[in-house]
Design a binder for this molecule. Structure first.
Ligand code: C2E
Ligand code: CA
Ligand code: CA
Ligand code: CA
Length: 275
């Protein structure tokens, strides 16, 4: 509600109206982008702390808006989730990432972000199977990243989804661990292969007296006990590499090892790494 003059609260400021308008515009543009295929993927290396070699890449979507320039997925993915476009986008991401990874060396995995909305769709396992079959990528080289968001609505259907996906043989990673608002109860049964420690816990962790190191340590202990690997996300500094390695993280992802790059660059990185 609204304006009524007399010093009563106006709920919609001009800024908010402008915001709503540009959001609607963005939604319309997103719809066009989906039909025109205006997205591309970049891939960010994931490095093993033990071998210090690249063992995989995370696929990250990019959208170059015709007039606004690059729009962050942190801004447009939530809109796509709300207006029903995430299924089409997510399908494209999965197929494109599998096609790319099928041409990488056999020991390099690809990780793909899966929205909670996709995860709630019973058709997801068939889509994954189809993307693997079409690309020729072996199931164990695909890792699906899901967030705690999938546990917010506590339906038994997530159990079935986990079973179906593990049945296909893909790996499952819990993304942005510790930033959702769900309890830890789901760890009793959810068959994750890996926990990704959110970058908010890595930031500042190497500074003296910073409590993030204690949190990372606790997460690693929990994951170890549950037989899960751990990736420290958002590692930017050499000191942070040393810290998360000493705290026992099995993998590192962050600008310190490489920003997200086009598949052409990935192919170059992998051929120089091999030769
Ligand atoms: P995320 O899944 O947590 O992805 C990691 C984000 O951290 C990426 O941002 C990556 O570029 C950024 N990052 C990596 N290393 C560093 C670092 O050292 N420092 C800093 N400051 N940032 C780092 P990006 O690509 O902008 O993606 C943002 C979010 O958008 C992703 O967070 C994910 O939630 C979502 N997203 C991206 N691509 C997709 C997609 O294909 N599907 C879905 N459903 N969501 C996606
Ligand atoms: Ca992710
Ligand atoms: Ca993450
Ligand atoms: Ca995130």
């Amino acid at each position: 509600a609204k304006a009524d003059g007399r010093g009563v609260h106006r709920f919609y400021s001009d800024d908010m109206l402008a915001g709503a308008k540009s959001r609607k515009q963005l939604e319309d543009d997103l719809r066009i982008a989906v039909t025109e295929g205006a997205f591309h993927l970049c891939y960010q290396p994931v490095v093993s702390t033990k071998s210090t070699r690249i063992v995989g890449y995370e696929a990250l979507i990019r959208w170059n808006h015709p007039t606004r320039g690059p729009v962050s997925p942190a801004d447009f993915i939530p809109i796509a989730e709300e207006c029903g476009l995430i299924e089409a986008i997510g399908t494209w991401v999965l197929r494109t990432a599998c096609n790319a990874a099928a041409r990488w060396p056999a020991d390099v995995r690809v990780a793909v972000n899966v929205s909670p909305i996709q995860f709630a769709n019973p058709a997801l396992p068939a889509l994954v199977t189809s993307a693997l079959a079409q690309s020729g990528l072996p199931a164990n080289r695909l890792e699906l990243e899901i967030t705690e968001g999938v546990f917010l609505d506590e339906s038994a259907s997530s159990d079935q989804m986990f079973k179906a996906l593990k049945g296909i043989g893909v790996r499952l990673a819990l993304d942005d661990f510790g930033t959702g608002y769900s309890s830890l109860g789901y760890l009793r049964t959810a068959p994750f292969d890996k926990i990704k420690i959110d970058q908010s816990f890595v930031k500042g962790a190497a500074e003296p007296g910073n409590r993030n190191a204690a949190i990372i340590k606790a997460i690693v202990m929990l994951a170890d006990t549950l037989g899960m690997e751990t990736t420290a996300e958002g590692v930017e500094l050499q000191d942070e590499i040393a810290l998360v390695r000493d705290l026992g993280c099995s993998h590192i992802q962050g600008y310190v090892y490489g920003r997200p790059v086009l598949n052409e660059v990935v192919m170059e990185q992998l051929s120089t790494a091999a030769g």
